[in-house]
Design a protein around this ligand. Sequence first.
Ligand code: BTN
Length: 238
Amino acid sequence: MRHEISWRIERYDEVSSTNDIAYERALAGETEGLVVVADSQTKGRGRLGRAWFSPAGKNIYLSILLKPDEEKVGVIPFVCGLATNDAFKKFGLETKLKWPNDVVVNEKKIGGILCEYRGEGLVIAGIGVNINTSESEFPEDIKSLATSYLIEAKRELNRDEFVESFLTFFKLWYIKPHFEVVKEAKRRCVTLKRRVKVLLSTCAIEGVACDMDEKGALLIQTNAGLVRIETGDVIHVR
Ligand code: BTN
């Protein structure tokens, strides 16, 4: 079994992106276990080149510098998602996973994960979690898709307490074998058994998300047969 990771937390008021700061720190010699937390981001980014809404004083923007064992690299997004679920649960909110990288409550996104693979085994895992943003504060284009702890639980949450709890759960999932991580992610994934449309870079496919394989790829039963998807944007059709 792998040694337990120990955390070193660096806090910033404002950064471009916590993922960039974590990477800069890695280049400067920082090792696994560095956690960069910012109060706001000026260039917070999401998957597929999207921007990540990152206002000050409201939510959590953090990045972790990791050097996982090779077989675990692919499941780091699930480790992040499971730890986010567990931390929310500790504060009384039930959340689920939407394949591949979203944390959701009733189809609305409360958290997003952006893992960047930087070579030589280095992974920067970036997690954005909506904590104390009210409905009126979300930009128009994401209002109907996003939610926060405040909206769901109808009370504010101390962000430092959430971060502490998230990091505790992260540690527990990180030391588990990758197949156990995938097994639990499957249990919590609301995408499975649903009819989905997956937007790939050049086309879209539609079918039923029937399973996830041991590497966490999504298996979709289409009219043309079984298709395996490693990454993409999934829309739940019904
Ligand atoms: C997504 O759902 O598209 C992923 C969103 C990831 C956002 C987090 S916030 C902390 C870290 N820094 C970034 O610039 N992005 C990630």
